[in-house]
Unconditional design. Structure first.
Length: 447
C-alpha cells in the first residue's frame, strides 16, 4: 500500500486550552474561574493540584511558540480565558488581560503560526456561577458580550473561531454530578436548562463573529459527540450506527443543524425539558462554517434483531490508554466524520482534538519513547485518511496536546502532550510522538 497522503492544504495543528496551560490564575487582574475555586476544595482533584501555575505558559509563550515553530506547527488551537478578559464575566474588561492576548497573538503570528481561537473551554467566571451560571439565560447574554469584545479586538488577526468546547462537559457532566464544578447535583430540568444556555451561548458566539469578524472570518462549534462504530461495516450495522448517532447525541446536534429538539429529546426529557423561547432556535441554528469534532474514543454498535441499534458493553479488559474512559478505538476517527456528513450533511469538518493520555516516564538519557501514543495517533490518522478517501469533507486535524498540562480531575498525573512538561523546571521536551508528528505535518503523509 502506498504511504497515505493527505489532501494539499490539509490543516495540521496542535491544541491546548487556557486553563490547562496558562497558570497566572490570579495575576494581572484575572478573575477567579469555577475551576480555580473548585481546585481549592480538598480531595476534588488528583493530588489536590490547582491551576495557579500549570505550564506557566503566561510567562513562557514566546519560547513555547519557538518550539512549535521548530516542530513545524503552522496552526494552533488555543482558548482565551473569559475571566482574564472580563474578571467577573459581565462587567468591566481587564486591560491587562486584553493586552496579554494581544501580545500572545502577535507572538504566534511572528512565529508563522495561525491562531484557531476557542472562546470558551470550561473556565466560567466564578462571579457568573454565583449568579446562576449555566442555569440562567443571562450567562448566554454575558457570553455574547464577551464574544463581541474578543472578536472586535482580535478579529483583525484571528480568522478561525470556535465558540465552545464540548458543551456536555461543562453542563451535563458538571451540574449532573459532583465531580466537576460547581460540584452540586441539580435536577434533570436544571441540567437540561444548562445545556440549553450553552446552545444559546454558541449562537451568541456565531452572531459575534458575523457582526464583528473580518471579511472571511469563520466560526464553528467543537463537540465531543459520542461516536458509534458499527460492529461490521455492512448495511444493517451501518444503518444502526446512523440511528445510534442521532440518539446518542440527541441534545446537541439536532438543535444546531436542524433548529429543534427532536422527538427523542421530548421523549427523554418529558416534563423536565429546558424552558425555551420562540427565537432561541434561530439563534442556535445559525449557519456555521465548519464543525469541530474532538475524537478520542467511541462505542461499538450493532443492529439488534429488530434492527434497532444496540450499544455493546466493553469487556473489562478492553484496551485503554491510561484513562479508563479512553478505550482505544481508532475507527471512531472514520465513523465520527462520516456520520456527521451522512446524518447531518455537514460540509466541512475539523478534528479539533485527538490524542491519548499516558503516564510517560523519561528514559535514563531523558528521551520520552511514547510508542503507545504514537501508535494510537497513527492508527487514528489512518482511519481519518480512509474517511477522506471515501469523500468525507475533513479539512484538518489538531493533536491534543502540544504539551502535558493540567488534566482537569486528574491534575498533572495524566499526560496528553506530544511534548513532555517537567513541572519542576518547566522544561519542555519533544517526545518521540512529536518528532514523528513533525514529519507527518512536514510531508503531509502518514510516515
Ligand atoms: C477533552 O475532552 C478536553 O477538551 C480536554 O480539555 C482534555 O484535556 C482532553 O479531553 C483529555 O482528557 O468521567 O467517564 O464521564 C475529551 C472528552 C469527555 C473525556 C468527558 C472524558 C469524562 C469521562 N471528555 N469524559 S467520564
Amino acid at each position: 500500500m502506498p504511504t497515505p497522503t493527505f489532501p494539499a492544504h490539509f490543516t495540521w495543528g496542535v491544541a491546548t486550552a487556557a486553563p490547562q496551560i496558562e497558570g497566572a490564575a490570579f495575576l494581572d487582574g484575572k478573575g477567579e474561574s469555577v475551576w480555580d475555586r473548585f481546585a481549592r476544595v480538598p480531595g476534588k482533584i488528583h493530588g489536590d493540584a490547582n491551576l495557579d501555575v500549570t505550564c506557566d505558559h503566561y510567562h513562557r509563550y514566546a519560547s513555547d511558540f519557538a518550539l512549535m515553530q521548530e516542530l513545524g506547527v503552522k496552526n494552533y488551537r488555543l482558548s482565551l480565558a473569559w475571566p482574564r478578559v472580563i474578571p467577573d464575566g459581565a462587567g468591566t474588561p481587564n486591560p491587562a488581560g486584553l493586552a496579554f492576548y494581544d501580545r500572545l497573538i502577535d507572538a504566534m503570528l511572528a512565529h508563522d503560526i495561525q491562531p484557531w481561537v476557542t472562546m470558551f473551554h470550561w473556565d466560567l467566571p466564578q462571579a457568573l456561577e454565583d449568579q446562576g451560571g449555566w442555569r440562567v439565560r443571562s450567562t448566554a447574554a454575558a457570553f455574547g458580550r464577551y464574544a463581541d469584545l474578543i472578536v472586535s479586538t482580535y478579529g483583525d488577526r484571528v480568522k478561525n473561531w470556535i465558540t465552545l468546547n464540548e458543551m456536555r462537559c461543562f453542563t451535563v457532566l458538571a451540574y449532573g454530578d459532583v465531580i466537576r464544578p460547581p460540584g452540586i447535583i441539580e435536577s434533570d430540568q436544571i441540567v437540561h436548562q444548562t445545556y440549553h444556555t450553552a446552545l444559546l451561548a454558541h449562537g451568541e458566539g456565531v452572531r459575534a463573529v458575523r457582526e464583528h469578524g473580518a471579511p472571511g472570518a469563520r466560526v464553528g462549534l467543537t463537540d465531543d459527540a459520542v461516536i458509534p462504530v458499527p460492529i461490521m461495516e455492512t448495511a444493517p450495522h451501518i444503518a444502526a450506527a446512523e440511528q445510534a448517532f442521532r440518539e446518542l447525541n440527541y441534545r446537541s446536534i439536532d438543535p444546531v443543524f436542524r433548529g429543534e429538539y427532536g422527538a427523542l429529546y421530548q421523549q427523554i426529557a418529558g416534563d423536565h425539558g429546558a424552558e425555551t423561547e420562540a427565537d432561541d432556535f434561530a439563534l442556535i441554528s445559525q449557519p456555521t462554517d465548519f464543525f469541530g469534532l474532538n475524537i478520542y474514543t467511541g462505542v461499538y454498535v450493532r443492529a439488534g434483531e429488530d434492527g434497532r441499534p444496540e450499544t455493546l458493553p466493553f469487556p473489562p479488559s478492553y484496551p485503554t490508554a491510561d484513562a479508563p474512559w479512553l478505550r482505544l478505538l481508532p475507527q471512531a476517527m472514520y465513523w465520527g466524520p462520516r456520520l456527521m456528513q451522512s446524518v447531518y450533511g455537514v460540509k466541512q469538518i475539523y478534528i479539533t482534538e485527538n490524542g491519548a493520555g499516558y503516564d510517560d516516564v523519561p528514559t535514563a538519557n531523558g528521551e520520552i519513547l511514547d510508542l503507545h501514543r504514537r501508535q494510537y495517533v497513527r492508527q487514528c490518522l489512518g482511519e481519518l485518511h480512509r474517511a477522506i478517501a471515501d469523500g468525507v469533507p475533513v479539512d484538518g486535524y489538531f493533536c491534543w496536546s502540544f504539551m502535558d498540562n493540567f488534566e482537569w480531575l486528574e491534575g498533572f498525573s495524566k499526560r496528553f502532550g506530544i511534548c513532555y512538561t517537567d513541572y519542576a523546571t518547566q522544561r519542555r521536551t519533544p517526545k518521540l510522538s512529536a518528532q514523528w508528528y513533525a514529519e507527518v505535518m512536514r510531508t503531509n503523509t502518514l510516515v
